[in-house]
Design a protein around this ligand. Structure first.
Ligand SMILES: CC(C)(COP(=O)(O)OP(=O)(O)OC[C@H]1O[C@@H](n2cnc3c(N)ncnc32)[C@H](O)[C@@H]1OP(=O)(O)O)[C@@H](O)C(=O)NCCC(=O)NCCS
Length: 218
């Protein structure tokens, strides 16, 4: 599913369940040594997805340990993103010569728990969720908004290398499957140029909400 949201320069792989026996490199094993089994499974499966996608770029299997602020460390010359939620795991990668950054996110298709929207959404975004909900109740728009923000954050972090609050970017969602984000803080830079706005795509299918952003090199 995720590949439908990404340009051809981005290679991806996804999984809907976990294998019991996935090879991890020692530094990856160390990263989840104290984790609960569920966390070890998602961590392992998403890395298998990432290595499959990297293979499509011609990159041999390499360790992908978490780095600063848990962001995955990709091999030199590669950008990428990973996501997992109950029943779904995906990774997307690209050559840094073609794509500055990738951010993907997966969420279960269910409304956010009570009170969470107020914590993560700007007033204008709450209005947007209400407007979209008045037109169609088939998509949990609040969850989609959250997913857009997570995908934005992953792109932001790979460029800016620092945290971004939920009020750091304003999301706009097009009910046809596109979304955009405008940074409300000094924008990140890619190849020396500011990136004030990101555009992405979303999908609601099979019990999941998927969002994806690829920032292509000019
Ligand atoms: C990091 C974060 C985005 C992860 O999102 P999530 O929906 O909880 O979880 P997902 O399964 O989709 O993504 C987890 C994966 O994201 C990746 N990730 C974690 N931190 C990351 C970061 N700082 N930058 C990029 N990718 C990151 C990792 O690959 C991680 O999987 P792994 O731990 O198995 O390697 C989220 O936990 C977070 O901190 N959000 C707060 C910041 C934010 O969203 N700001 C809003 C800006 S508008």
């Amino acid at each position: 599913m995720i590949e439908e949201l990404l340009p051809v320069d981005v290679r991806s792989a996804e999984a809907f369940d976990d294998d019991a026996d996935i090879h991890l490199f020692p530094e990856e094993r160390a990263a989840v040594a104290d984790a609960v089994p569920r966390r070890r499974r998602e961590f392992s499966t998403v890395r298998r997805c990432a290595r499959t996608a990297l293979g499509e770029l011609g990159v041999p299997p390499v360790p992908l340990p978490p780095g600063r602020h848990r962001a995955p460390q990709w091999p030199a010359g590669v950008v990428g993103s990973m996501t997992h939620c109950s029943g779904y795991r995906a990774a997307a990668v690209a050559r840094a010569s073609r794509v500055h950054s990738v951010g993907i996110d997966a969420e279960e298709s269910a409304p956010l728990p009570e009170g969470v929207l107020d914590l993560v959404a700007l007033p204008a975004e709450r209005d947007l969720v209400e407007r979209l909900g008045a037109r169609s109740d088939t998509v949990p728009w609040d969850r989609l908004l959250f997913s857009c923000k997570e995908a934005v954050y992953k792109v932001w972090f790979s460029l800016a290398q620092r945290m971004l609050g939920f009020d750091g970017a304003r999301i706009d969602i097009d009910s046809g499957g596109f979304f955009s984000a405008r940074f409300l803080v000094p924008p990140p830079r890619a190849a020396g140029k500011p990136v004030p706005r990101l555009t992405g795509r979303w999908m609601h299918r099979g019990g999941f909400i998927l969002t994806a952003i690829a920032l292509p090199c000019p």
